[in-house]
Write a protein that binds this ligand. Structure first.
Ligand code: DNO
Length: 355
């Protein structure tokens, strides 16, 4: 595995590349052109400038999270090919710059969904949290306000204000899209992009739906082992792979995380590893990475990744806000650095025990 941290670019991130470089074992960042909108082809100069900036700080770009998918592709509207062509152009340009891993998601309307961005824990730290009861009490149009209000002035990834201004229209556009249609539209998209992925050896890593069930009645498909295996088979190319995100698949306690990892051998191209603490099956919070602070056995998760020979980029995922840091919720420096150190420690121990 290659330990990385997510970085949103110098215009958007409170964490600097110099700080990331000092986290032990972190040699690469996962980044994106945060100012682009889904559907646009990325400019060569912008990709090169991003790469040069990262490399000037002694780091490399280990992958992109995310190149977002335009809603026309997910809905399957007649003009989707135009947006897929742009996506292919972006992949081609990334490939030409030596970037080999692209994370994306296929979630309708909303990306990941949390109901609180700063729930206070007994030790005074604050964390992202989800409560189904809070969702059930909200209308979808209000969802964005509840996310934006607590974000310390940051645009949260996947919650671009431009898209969120059209939530009502988006819901209308998705009204005929059920799970089967979404699968078919994903297949269509993947079949069209696989040739460029083959040409440049780009691993596509779909991010799971978070939480791993339908929210506000929208279809959601990347939620469990059965569905991901179906997705792998429907476009059976090693470049069609997944981001294994423990915090997203883990929202459904029926998902056996180590077992899922083992069944995806060779197709996990990126890993997000974090823990969750459940207060009930539908109320959870993003605890510290440490096993004993949450519900998951982090050792077993890392061991499963080790056992399948995972050698792609991995990152600590959302961290708690601690030590007075003010940053994008989930993406401060301190707790993610602690997470990286902990995951590195688990990996070293597993590696040595296996020699
Ligand atoms: C949240 C992230 C997601 C993820 C996208 C991938 O913090 O895990 O926004 O980046 O779903 O496209």
């Amino acid at each position: 595995m290659q330990m990385t941290m997510r970085w949103f670019g110098s215009k958007h991130d409170s964490v600097t590349l110099d700080q990331i470089r000092q986290v032990p074992g972190v040699k690469g960042v996962i980044t994106t052109l945060y100012d682009t909108v889904p559907g646009d082809a990325w400019e060569v100069e912008d990709i090169r400038a991003l790469k040069a900036e990262v490399e000037a700080h002694g780091l490399t770009i280990a992958g992109i999270e995310s190149v977002n998918i335009h809603d026309a592709i997910k809905i399957g509207t007649p003009d989707r090919d135009k947006y897929i062509d742009n996506y292919i152009t972006t992949l081609e340009r990334l490939g030409q710059e030596g970037i080999r891993m692209v994370c994306y998601n296929f979630m309708p309307v909303f990306d990941w969904t949390r109901t609180e961005l700063a729930r206070k824990r007994p030790d005074g730290s604050t964390v992202l949290a989800y409560s189904q009861a809070a969702i059930d009490a909200l209308v979808p149009e209000k969802m964005f306000d509840s996310i934006a209000g607590d974000s310390n002035g940051h645009v949260m990834p996947g919650w671009e204000p431009e898209r969120m201004a059209h939530v009502k229209e988006l819901f209308e556009m998705y009204k005929d899209v059920d799970n089967e249609k979404l699968f078919a539209n994903l297949k269509y998209f993947l079949e069209r992009i696989m040739p460029v992925c083959d040409k440049y050896d780009i691993n596509m890593a779909i991010h799971p739906d978070d939480p791993a069930w339908s929210v506000f009645g929208l279809p959601r498909i990347i939620i469990n082992k059965e569905n991901i295996l179906r997705m792998m088979k429907m476009v059976d190319n090693p470049h069609n792979g997944v981001t294994f995100c423990s915090g997203s698949y883990g929202t459904n306690l029926e998902n056996d995380l180590p077992d899922m990892i083992r069944s995806l051998k060779g197709r996990i191209h990126f890993a997000h590893v974090r823990n969750l603490k459940f207060n009930s099956p539908t109320d959870f919070e993003e605890s510290a990475h440490l096993s004993s602070d949450g519900t998951f056995d982090m050792y077993e998760i890392m061991k499963a990744l080790y056992d399948i020979g995972f050698d792609g980029p991995i990152r600590p995922d959302h961290g708690r806000m601690i030590w007075g840091e003010v940053a994008m919720p989930g993406y401060g420096l301190y707790d993610r650095a602690l997470g990286a150190a902990y995951l590195n420690g688990l990996w070293e121990a597993i590696e040595k025990a296996n020699k």
